[in-house]
Design a protein around this ligand. Structure first.
Ligand code: SAH
Ligand code: SF4
Length: 363
């Protein structure tokens, strides 16, 4: 973006460096604030380049200020959400959205319930990170964004080209300069795109939203399973682990009596028995507040046939602590490392799967 600008006005290379350094690494609020540039360049930048593709609409902070959720508006007025999680160990993780809503329609997910409102551009993905990077840099004790996870709204592998462009900017030392190992792409399992990303040299980490230990249950709660069955998904992750010798984390939300019983844990052990590098994140199910008619949801997700009432999200409840602990015990005793995720930011509906803007968040 800035290279084109530099070329257009035949400016020397050091100007590009100055602009990029200020834009990506300083707590500025407009091009006017770049102190190293002469006025005429600043004016031209302001006239020709949009400083941010996103407008802040609403900011919600959790009670302990560790989680901040931002509602942004795009130029077409559609809204997306982004979350900053400030960890005790000084890591600052931004959970970015890559779509408005999501077309996949997993029945437990608030984003999935919104339907699909379009892909975000690479710049819109980057502007979410820049917002928080600038915020952190301007704090009394300046910090930076240290980790980026594609776990906000949308399915990153269905917006692959823009996500890949954003990855280049996130890891470019002249731009955001994050270590590749500090990026996580979370996917519900689009196998061809997963393989493409790996073959294109992606060096970050993967999280796979698994959520069920067998095909029958998985397709009841995640429509994607009908397109890419669970055995093919496991084959693809095994291929990746063998190729790269890297760990994969499986995300598994714990829903009371749906997927959290002992027999489910046993099935999961059997499913992953060949995967030495598998790791499971058990995520307590976060209730979602959606007031849609279930028929509309069924229509959107094309799920009705597979959805007896028992599996309607209205009746979903979080598994008890005991269930989650016994589930984890079965996994770890079988040699599969499992962690129970501490959910953060629930009081601002910023926890996993709660990102939506169709309800009370939009005003
Ligand atoms: N589309 C990608 C990226 C979104 S990540 C994916 O599905 O992986 C969002 C994460 O939150 C996923 O692991 C998702 O399965 C999980 N999630 C969705 N709804 C949830 C809920 N109600 N409670 C807890 N986790 C949920
Ligand atoms: Fe989309 Fe992921 Fe939510 Fe499924 S869990 S609907 S893939 S955002």
């Amino acid at each position: 973006m800035f290279r084109k600008f530099i070329n257009k006005y035949n400016l020397p290379g050091f100007r590009l460096k100055q602009i990029e350094e200020a834009f990506y690494q300083k707590p500025i609020r407009s091009f006017e604030e770049i102190t190293t540039l002469p006025k005429d360049i600043k004016n031209k930048l302001s006239q020709e380049i949009t400083f941010s593709t996103l407008r802040e609409i609403k900011k919600l902070e959790s009670k302990n200020s560790k989680t901040i959720k931002l509602l942004f508006e795009r130029s077409d007025k559609k809204k997306i959400e982004t979350v900053l999680i400030r960890h005790k160990d000084k890591r600052n993780t931004v959970c970015v959205s890559c779509m408005v809503g999501c077309p996949v329609g997993c029945i437990f997910c608030a984003t999935g319930k919104m339907g699909f409102g379009g892909n975000l551009s690479a710049q819109e993905i980057i502007d979410q990170i820049l917002y928080f990077n600038r915020f952190l840099l301007s704090c009394k004790k300046p910090q930076k964004v240290t980790n980026v996870v594609f776990m906000g709204m949308g399915e990153p592998l269905l917006n692959l080209s823009e996500v890949q462009k954003s990855l280049d900017i996130i890891t470019d030392p002249a731009k955001l300069g994050l270590s590749k190992r500090r990026i996580i792409i979370s996917t519900c399992g689009y196998i061809p795109q997963f393989k493409k990303l790996v073959k294109d040299g992606f060096k970050g980490r993967f999280a796979i939203s698994l959520h069920a230990p067998n095909q029958k249950l998985r397709e009841k709660i995640m429509p994607i399973a009908r397109l890419f069955p669970i055995d093919k998904l496991i084959k693809a992750t095994t291929w990746y682990m063998d190729l790269r010798n890297k760990r994969i984390s499986y995300e598994y939300i714990m829903i009371h009596d749906v997927n959290d019983r002992g027999e489910h844990a046993q099935e999961l052990v059997a499913l992953l028995k060949g995967q030495r590098l598998a790791h499971i994140n058990l995520i307590p199910y976060n209730p979602i507040t959606i007031y849609h008619d279930i028929k509309t949801v069924n229509k959107q997700t094309n799920c009705s046939r597979f959805l007896p009432d028992k599996y309607s999200f209205r009746s979903f409840r979080r598994s008890s602590r005991n269930r989650i602990h016994s589930f984890a015990k079965i996994l770890t005793e079988a040699g599969i490392p499992a962690t129970i995720r501490v959910t953060m930011g629930e009081d601002v509906e910023a926890a996993c799967g709660q990102l939506t803007n169709i309800e009370n968040n939009t005003e």
